[in-house]
Design a protein. Structure first.
Length: 495
């Protein structure tokens, strides 16, 4: 079993002697351990990052871009290794892991365009013989705290853009599956990144709090649950940090009576049960409008019943286990609460057992019908393979349902009506919206972020939002001295 330490200044090292066990979610067996870093480890990372950033910020954006391009090529060559690393510690299927790595790789590709993305604005003659222009400069040392569900993609939403902008970066990945982050750091060094620009600091809440309190860290990027996102935002703000904290979700998918029902069902099945529902963009609520409800439910039962639940090593697996025994028990508690509150459990995945994997953390696809907005399983994020069907009489009722919910991460509608589509995209109070697509995750050159309790801070991730988050804006106003001294001016300068 491997003991995973930290990646600091281009070396594998740590000061702490405390470790956390890493499980294989498919078997329940301990397969390794990861260091729980302490204050000494943070000090090492900070010193390394601070010293490296001074030189890195003077490197031209074009040279930074070339290193990022090398990094991209190395990732492409190692997608299979990265995917297996993700799947072994997370449990998701190989194809799902590969897809997530590719989505992260797209952000690296976006960051390769940093010479263009950092261009400022210029105005000639804002006053007589006076010019003015703006530039974007790096923040300094930035940090990211990332979740277990996407150990490759979510970190790559953060550090490639931050580093491209001239910052150094400290990544604190989930202690449940840290190996992928260590590989990414190693590959970035191989690409030519100077030591200390990218550091990986492993650990739990203890090291997170130390990161939030550290005066040398200028910004915090976070993805996780809403209670933790709110905590990160509030505590970081007390220490004058710039913060982008993405929280939880309860994503609704509206099915209109005129929708292509087979396409809608396929979309819901993949979005609800893919990655065992452990996605912040998973569809967890299907809103059936009008007389489409019975047909939709029947097709969902038929399709979901055919899904193969199996370990990641099975190439035919549709979905694997959830991340831990504790999380499995939490999902089962939500399902029990749903039954007690009156929802109809029409597909029950609680008692699934796989031969040879009896101790794995598997939950089969589960489906509730006749869920209403007062039920716990509707109000709270379950983060598992549990889909709720809410029946809505009218389209506007469905929109009102979505807009009233405390989360505002993503939503979609399936319809053949362009007028309905336009109204939905304009009036729904959600950060990411899809039409006839189940998971409206933006490409890297747009930005990822929700509304309401799904985002704390005023900047979303990647795209130009990411560039703006990881840089400070500076505006310069300049006039070259004239040969004739005109004397001091006491009035406010005007044109």
């Amino acid at each position: 079993m491997s003991k995973i330490k930290n990646y600091i200044n281009g070396n594998i090292k740590c000061s702490s002697s405390k470790y956390f066990d890493i499980d294989d979610p498919s078997t329940g067996e301990i397969i390794g351990s990861v260091v729980l870093s302490n204050k000494d480890d943070l000090d090492l990372a900070i010193n390394s990052a601070r010293n490296a950033q001074k030189n890195w910020s003077t490197i031209t954006p074009l040279k930074r871009s070339r290193i990022l391009s090398n990094f991209r090529n190395i990732i492409e060559k190692n997608i299979e290794l990265l995917a297996k690393t993700v799947s072994k510690e997370h449990g998701k299927t190989i194809e799902d892991a590969k897809g997530s790595i590719i989505r992260g790789l797209e952000v690296v590709e976006f960051a390769c365009g940093i010479p263009h993305l950092l261009k400022g604005e210029f105005s000639q003659n804002v006053g007589t013989n006076i010019d003015s222009w703006s530039i974007r400069q790096p923040l300094g040392v930035c940090a990211g705290i990332t979740p277990f569900n996407f150990p490759a993609m979510v970190p790559m939403w953060m550090f490639p853009i931050s580093i491209a902008c001239g910052n150094s970066f400290i990544l604190k990945p989930s202690e449940k599956n840290p190996s992928c982050s260590m590989l990414l750091a190693k590959f970035f060094s191989e690409a030519g990144l100077p030591d200390g620009v990218f550091n990986v600091l492993n650990g739990n809440k203890e090291i997170v709090d130390l990161i939030l309190e550290c005066e040398d860290i200028a910004s915090i990027s976070f993805v996780g649950s809403t209670p933790v996102a709110k905590y990160i935002y509030e505590k970081s703000s007390k220490f004058s940090k710039r913060v982008q904290a993405l929280g939880g979700a309860k994503n609704h998918l509206v099915v209109m009576p005129d929708a292509n029902l087979d396409q809608a069902v396929d979309g819901i099945i993949g979005a609800a049960y893919g990655s065992a529902g452990e996605r912040c963009m998973a569809v967890s609520v299907a809103v059936a409008v009008g007389d489409v409800a019975d047909k939709l439910v029947n097709k969902l039962i038929e399709k979901a019943s055919q899904l193969k639940v199996a370990p990641w090593t099975d190439p035919e697996s549709s979905m694997g286990p959830v991340i831990s025994k504790e999380h499995k028990n939490k999902i089962l508690e939500y399902m029990e609460t749903g039954i007690k509150e009156g929802a109809n459990l029409i597909l029950d995945g609680r008692n699934i057992k796989l031969q040879g994997y009896e101790n794995g953390y598997f939950v089969g696809p589960s489906l509730f019908d006749n869920v209403n907005e007062n039920m716990t399983i509707y109000k709270e994020e379950i983060f598992g393979p549990v889909l709720s069907v809410v029946r809505s009489k009218k389209y506007q009722e469905a929109v009102d349902l979505i807009n009233k919910h405390k989360y505002g991460n993503g939503t979609s509608i399936y319809t053949s009506d362009g007028e309905v589509s336009r109204h939905f995209t304009t009036n729904v109070k959600i950060g990411m919206v899809g039409v006839n697509v189940p998971i409206p995750v933006p490409m890297a050159f747009h930005s990822f972020g929700g509304w309401k309790q799904s985002l704390f801070g005023d900047k979303a991730m990647h795209g130009m939002e990411g560039i703006n988050f990881y840089t400070k804006l500076k505006t310069i106003t300049s006039r070259w001295p004239q040969s004739i001294n005109q004397g001091p001016e006491f009035a406010m300068p005007t044109n």
